[in-house]
Design a protein around this ligand. Structure first.
Ligand SMILES: [Zn+2]
Length: 81
């Protein structure tokens, strides 16, 4: 019985890692929460960083802030461990 329970837990962890469950790729949720590093998500993050930097440099105003995503901007430049 313990074996079965452990197997379920393992399967759940695997499904989360392999993207078995639904992941909205190309979003902050996928990149940060699901830690997805697929091409779509990486491209999204790269584009977001470019936009974020340009916006920060321009300082056009707080109304330009995105409605979704981090309020203080990305904390990590690279995802190197
Ligand atoms: Zn992805």
């Amino acid at each position: 019985m313990i074996e079965a329970r452990r197997r379920v837990r393992e399967r759940r962890r695997q499904s989360a890692a392999s993207g078995d469950r639904e992941v909205a790729h190309g979003t902050w949720a996928a990149y940060t929460t699901d830690k997805c590093r697929c091409e779509v998500c990486r491209e999204f993050k790269a584009a977001y960083m470019r936009r974020w930097r340009a916006r920060r440099k321009a300082t056009t105003g707080p109304e330009d802030e995105p409605t979704t995503g981090p309020t203080t901007g990305p904390t990590t430049e690279e995802d190197t461990p």
